[in-house]
Ligand binder design. Structure first.
Ligand SMILES: Nc1nc2c(ncn2[C@@H]2O[C@H](COP(=O)(O)OP(=O)(O)OP(=O)(O)O)[C@@H](O)[C@H]2O)c(=O)[nH]1
Ligand SMILES: [Mg+2]
Length: 309
C-alpha cells in the first residue's frame, strides 16, 4: 500500500477492532492472512493451532478517508483441558469484550456442533456489526443449508452472511474486507500506518517454527510444543541468525521431537528456515534446540514464562 500522507490523518479517519472468532480449525487464521495478504498467523490442519489473540492490521484508503482495521485472530473456542486451554478461551473473551465488529467463521462442510454453540453463546450479547462467514465453500456440499443452520444459533436478524473460501478465493475475501472497512466507526488510528501485526519479529518467527513443528509431529506431541526465539542477529553479509528453543513437556516427547538420527528436528528446522527465508527474502541460519519444561501446559508460571499471559 502507498503510505498515507500525514495531512490526511489529521482529518477524518475510520478505525476499529474486528474480532475473528469461531471454533478450532474453521480457517480463522487463513482468513486473517488472506485479508492482509501477508503471513501473520500460523495455519495448520490441526485444531487449536492459534494460542493467543493475534492482531493483524490493515491500513488503507477507503472511498473518502483513510481506514484502519485491527483484526484480532483468536484461538478456537473449545472445552479447555488444561491451563493453556483456559488461557486460549480467555483470549477469545478478551477479544470480544472491546471490539467494533465481529467476524464469526464457520465450516460450511458440516452442520453446527456443540463448539459452534459455545461460540454463538459467547457472541450473542454483542450488538455491533456481525458477519457470519461460511468458510471452505470450495469443498462444501450443502453450503446454503449449513449457513442457515449456523445463523439459527443466533437470535439476530441483522447478521451479514458471506460464503467464501479463505484459502482459495482472494477476491471474495477482498469484498468482505471492503464491507468491514465501510462499517468501522470514526476514530483516530490505533496503530502507525505501517506494519501488519503487533507481534515482534521474534514472536512471528517463533510461530512459524511452531507451525512447522505442529505439521511434522503427530498425536498429542504438537500440543506439547512451545517455541521461543531467544536471539536474532543480522550478520554483515545479510545472513539472519536466529537461536530458538523448541520446548516440550516431557523427556519422552523430547526424544520424539529430535527423532532417530535427529531427523525430525532437522526436518522442522529446515522447513521453518525455508519459510522464514521466503517471507524475509533473506538468508536465514536457524539454530534450534529442544528442551523440556515439565507439564508446562498445566503450569501457570511456565505459561507466563512462555508468553501465554
Ligand atoms: N479447503 C479449504 N481449506 C481451508 C480453507 N480455509 C482454511 N482451510 C484449511 O483449514 C485448516 C485450518 O485452518 P486455520 O486457518 O489454521 O484454522 P483456525 O480456525 O485458525 O484454527 P485454530 O487456530 O486451530 O482455531 C488448514 O488446513 C487450512 O489450510 C478453505 O477455504 N478451503
Ligand atoms: Mg488459527
Amino acid at each position: 500500500m502507498d503510505s498515507i500522507p500525514s495531512d490526511d490523518l489529521l482529518n477524518k479517519t475510520y478505525s476499529g477492532f474486528v474480532a475473528i472468532v469461531g471454533k478450532p480449525n474453521v480457517g480463522k487464521s487463513t482468513l486473517l492472512n488472506s485479508l492482509l495478504g501477508a503471513k501473520v498467523s500460523a495455519v495448520t490442519p490441526k485444531p487449536q493451532t492459534t494460542r493467543r489473540g493475534m492482531r493483524g492490521i490493515y491500513t488503507g484508503y477507503g472511498e473518502t478517508a483513510p481506514y484502519q482495521a485491527v483484526f484480532v485472530d483468536t484461538p478456537g473456542l473449545h472445552k479447555p483441558a488444561d491451563a493453556l486451554g483456559k488461557y486460549m478461551n480467555n483470549e477469545v473473551h478478551n477479544a470480544l469484550s472491546d471490539v467494533d465488529a465481529v467476524v464469526w467463521v464457520v465450516d460450511l462442510r458440516r452442520p453446527p456442533t456443540e463448539e459452534d454453540k459455545l461460540v454463538a453463546r459467547a457472541i450473542s450479547p454483542f450488538d455491533k456489526p456481525l458477519w457470519l462467514v461460511g468458510n471452505k465453500l470450495d469443498v462444501a456440499k450443502y453450503p446454503d443449508e449449513a449457513l442457515n443452520a449456523y445463523e439459527k444459533l443466533l437470535e439476530r436478524d441483522d447478521i451479514i452472511k458471506v460464503k467464501l473460501s479463505a484459502q482459495n478465493d482472494p477476491e471474495a475475501v477482498q469484498t468482505l474486507l471492503a464491507d468491514v472497512l465501510k462499517n468501522l466507526p470514526e476514530n483516530p488510528f490505533f496503530f502507525p500506518n505501517y506494519g501488519r501485526s503487533d507481534q515482534s519479529r521474534e514472536q512471528w518467527a517463533a510461530e512459524i517454527i511452531r507451525e512447522e513443528a505442529m505439521q511434522a509431529l503427530r498425536d498429542e506431541i504438537p500440543y506439547s510444543v512451545a517455541t521461543r526465539v531467544n536471539s536474532w542477529v543480522e550478520r554483515d553479509n545479510g545472513m539472519q541468525v536466529l537461536e530458538a528453543d523448541l520446548i516440550v513437556e516431557q523427556g519422552s516427547h523430547r526424544k520424539i521431537v529430535i527423532g532417530a538420527g535427529a531427523k525430525m528436528i532437522k526436518q522442522i528446522g529446515l522447513r521453518a528456515r525455508k519459510q522464514l527465508e521466503v517471507f524475509l527474502n533473506k538468508k536465514v541460519y536457524l539454530d534450534l534446540e529442544v528442551s523440556v519444561m515439565t507439564n508446562w501446559r498445566s503450569d501457570t508460571e511456565a505459561l507466563r514464562e512462555l508468553g501465554y499471559e
